[in-house]
Each structure stands twice: as C-alpha cells, then as structure tokens.
Design a protein around this ligand. Structure first.
Ligand SMILES: Nc1ncnc2c1ncn2[C@@H]1O[C@H](COP(=O)(O)OP(=O)(O)OP(=O)(O)O)[C@@H](O)[C@H]1O
Ligand SMILES: [Mg+2]
Length: 259
C-alpha cells in the first residue's frame, strides 16, 4: 500500500539561496498529487526533498519536516539510502542503463541495494514489475535485448518497472511524459491511474490537461518575483483547481492567462 506524506514548514536552500519557502502540504496515500506552476517556482526542488535527493547537490539542504507515514525523513537516525528505496523516482527523460538488457534494467535497483535473489525469484520479479508497468506483453520475448532498444514510451515504462521492482511506498515523477509522443503519454497516464492502487504518486507536469486527467489533488506553486523564493500558492482537489479555483493566481495560471 502507498503511504502518506506530510510536509511541515519546509524551507529548501541551494547554499545560502532560499529556493522554496515554508511549504506545508499533505500528500494522500494511494492518490495522485500533481505539482504545477511556472518554471523556476521549485516543483522539482520540492519533489527531490521527498526522497532526500535534494541534498545530493553540494551545499543543498532544507529545514522543516517531511513525514512519511508519520516518520520524519530528516530525523538524525534516518538513512537516506533507505529513504530512496521507500520513495522511488522516475525522471523526465527515460534513462535505462545503456549497457543493460531489459531484464537487467528491471533488476538494477534490487541489485544495487545488494539484495541477493535466486534466478527464479528474479524471473518472477521481472515479470511482476513489467506487468505492473504495462510493458510485459511488449517485451516478454526479448528480455535480453538492450533496454535502450525500446521506444521512448516503452523506455519510460521500463524505468517505472525498475522503480517499482524495489517495492517503494511512494513514486515521484518529474515531468515523466515530457519527452514522449501523445500515444506513449497516454500509455504512461493509464499506467499511473493503475499504479495508484498500490502506490502514492506525486507527478510534476507542465501539461494542464495531464494534471486534470491523472491527478486527484493539485498543488500550484508560484513565485512572487524572479529571484524570490517559490512557495505553495494554492492546493485543492483537481476538479476545484481547474473548474473553480479559490485563488486568483491559480485561476490565471490554469486558464492560461499567466505571465
Ligand atoms: N542545482 C541548483 N543549484 C542552484 N539553484 C538551483 C539548482 N536547481 C534549481 N535551482 C534554483 O531553484 C529554484 C527552483 O528550481 P526548480 O528546478 O525546482 O524549478 P521548477 O519549478 O522545477 O522549474 P521547471 O518547471 O523549469 O522545471 C530556481 O530558482 C532554480 O534556479
Ligand atoms: Mg522542474
């Protein structure tokens, strides 16, 4: 089952630059939450604090709390590597490992985490993850072919299979369809709809139609001015965000009259 996330008074820095200010946000379990907003408002930055990837950038840090099912991911005794196992990330451009087969790509996260598994358990896991990513039927006869030989949409579903193979609780996706054609985009959107039965999903998107199609809740991030920190301007269920937002800036943004 997916887990819920509560973000409390989160301030996110790159060195001394405050990039995002005082975010307070509830991300519901087994739902899709979309992050929208103008470029530079901090959507990717906030996303990366949810699996402790932000701090990989030298000098980057944050203050405040991110609670995964009540447990603060930034408590001193928490291992960031374990966090990244529980909270998986899918990137903007499909990034299968270039030297690896389809099968090896699915198992990559499991192998990296030093889990030893038998050949038959590995076979079962590969099939389970590829079925979960809606890709099994398209690749089952060529699992030993290179992952990079797939189409863009198939590669993105392969990356989703790689992410789910480690059994995360939450899946974070940063513009996962922006490099895909419309047919592949719809395949990935269908998949997101199915995945929320098992996972909590957060997706960053610039595509308003996509947010309206896939998200249960939508968070609108905004900037007061260039050089100012981004902030969470308005949060609502997706239908309210797009049909009847109670925030003038959000209304302008979703109706395309922004900037
Ligand atoms: N590695 C970094 N070092 C320093 N500043 C950064 C870094 N990454 C992002 N920033 C700054 O943090 C702020 C938020 O950037 P972020 O990439 O999170 O925005 P975004 O909402 O994801 O934008 P986009 O829609 O263009 O992807 C911006 O001011 C950006 O310049
Ligand atoms: Mg971004």
């Amino acid at each position: 089952m997916g887990q819920q996330i509560d973000v409390n008074h989160l301030n996110i820095y790159y060195g001394s630059f405050l990039a995002v200010e005082d975010v307070n946000l509830h991300i519901a379990a087994n739902k899709v939450t979309a992050f929208i907003g103008p470029s530079g408002c901090g959507k990717s930055t906030v996303l990366r604090t949810l699996d402790r990837m932000h701090e990989i950038t030298p000098g980057a840090h944050c203050t405040g709390e991110v609670l995964l099912e009540g447990q603060n991911l930034y408590a001193p005794d928490v291992d960031p590597v374990a966090v990244r196992r529980d909270v998986g990330m899918v990137f903007q451009r499909p990034n299968p490992f270039p030297t690896m087969s389809i099968r090896q790509n699915v198992l990559a996260g499991v192998t990296l985490n030093n889990r030893k598994i038998s050949k038959s358990d590995a076979d079962d896991l590969v099939e389970w993850a590829l079925r979960g990513a809606n890709l099994w039927n398209e690749v089952k006869d060529r699992l030993d072919n290179p992952g990079v030989g797939l189409s863009g949409g198939q590669q993105q579903r392969l990356c989703i299979a790689r992410a789910v193979a480690v059994h995360p609780q939450v899946l974070l996706m940063d513009e996962p369809c922006s490099a895909l054609d419309p047919i592949s985009t719809l395949a990935v959107e269908d998949l997101i709809e199915e995945l929320k039965q098992d996972y909590t999903i957060v997706i960053v998107t610039h595509n308003m139609q996509q947010a309206a199609r896939v998200a249960d809740y939508t968070a609108f991030f905004n900037l007061k001015a260039v050089g100012q920190p981004g902030h969470l301007e308005y949060f609502a269920d997706t239908s309210t965000m797009f049909n009847n937002p109670q925030n003038a800036e959000a209304e302008r943004y979703v109706s395309g009259r922004f900037g």
